[in-house]
Design a protein around this ligand. Structure first.
Ligand code: ATP
Ligand code: ATP
Ligand code: MG
Ligand code: MG
Ligand code: MG
Ligand code: MG
Length: 255
């Protein structure tokens, strides 16, 4: 066989299985979105169109990959939780990571014009990705708490920062200097005293991020109906740090 002479190169491809019995979390993050958001005129601090486009792309990923049981998004990033017993692509790391990343990216570009009808894409965006294994429920919960706490911290900072710049007439370096070393309560006070912004009134989407989760089938539905409900996904902007969200959805961590 003509080809057998070359086939040995295949042996250089090494297996890359992900440890069994662990939860997989795949986190994607926009590459240089500081620049991308500026070049495409994103509203600061939060462009709602851009966030909804991220949600849409993530929703498509969940529709395509049924082993994703939860997704959380903020800013230019999304985290996807795959159930711990998933056998997707035989748990091959590169295969899972590259297909999820490229599918998400394609969907982002595919739906762009729905959310930015008046802004043409000036150059193709890209996303980086990583998969981290978590061995137990506690670490998965803590992972999502970590991301949602990050959402809140960044949003409070950015809200105060852009109020100082846009309404307060400060330069960006003056605004950074004003906020340096301030704790949460002080930032909320600046927003309220100087700009009459009550942080509590800010959209939950901005404060909590986006939580994509399969719909809980109603008590009464059975069989086929139950199955269909479970395959629908909803977008929430709720707390996922406390127990309530998880207690109502024990299927997420069940296996
Ligand atoms: P890296 O390639 O290292 O991720 P980055 O420029 O993407 O670099 P991030 O830390 O990921 O840096 O931050 C993303 C940045 O993108 C935010 O700081 C913000 O400036 C911008 N951005 C992302 N989403 C939005 C949005 N919905 N509205 C406004 N700005 C956004
Ligand atoms: P996997 O997801 O495992 O890669 P696959 O269906 O993509 O599955 P490949 O072994 O990568 O399988 O083969 C790609 C297939 O796509 C080819 O067998 C062929 O049927 C089709 N294909 C790709 N490019 C072309 C092309 N330019 N013209 C016609 N068919 C093509
Ligand atoms: Mg990054
Ligand atoms: Mg980024
Ligand atoms: Mg980011
Ligand atoms: Mg192929």
């Amino acid at each position: 066989m003509a080809n057998s002479k070359y086939a040995y190169v295949r042996n250089y491809e090494l297996p890359d299985p992900l440890l069994p019995g662990c939860f997989l979390i795949c986190r994607l993050d926009g590459h240089s979105f500081h620049r991308f958001s500026e070049e495409h005129g994103f509203t600061k601090p939060n462009d709602e169109r851009a966030l909804k486009l991220m949600d849409h792309a993530a929703m498509d990923v969940m529709t395509e990959y049924k082993d994703i049981v939860l997704a959380f998004g903020e800013s230019d990033e999304f985290s996807f939780l795959l159930r711990r017993s998933t056998n997707l692509y035989n748990r091959r790391q590169a295969k899972i990571l590259t297909t999820l990343t490229s599918y998400f990216t394609s969907c982002y570009v595919f739906h762009w014009s729905k959310y930015f009808p008046d802004t043409s894409m000036r150059y193709p965006p890209s996303f980086d990705g990583r998969i981290v294994l978590y061995p137990d429920e506690r670490s998965v919960r803590d992972y999502f708490s970590w991301r949602q706490a990050d959402t809140h911290i960044n949003n409070l900072y950015n809200t105060a920062f852009w109020a100082l710049v846009k309404q307060g007439g400060k330069t960006t370096s003056e605004a950074h200097a004003t906020l340096r070393g301030t704790v949460s309560a002080m930032k909320q006070e600046i927003l309220f005293q100087r700009f009459n912004i009550n942080y509590n009134d800010i959209s939950p989407r901005f404060k909590k991020g986006s939580v994509l989760v399969r719909v809980i089938p109603s008590e009464r539905s059975t069989g086929e109906k139950k199955k269909r409900a479970r395959t629908r996904t909803e977008v929430l902007h709720c707390d996922i740090i406390g127990d309530e969200f998880w207690m109502a959805r024990s299927f997420i961590l069940a296996g």
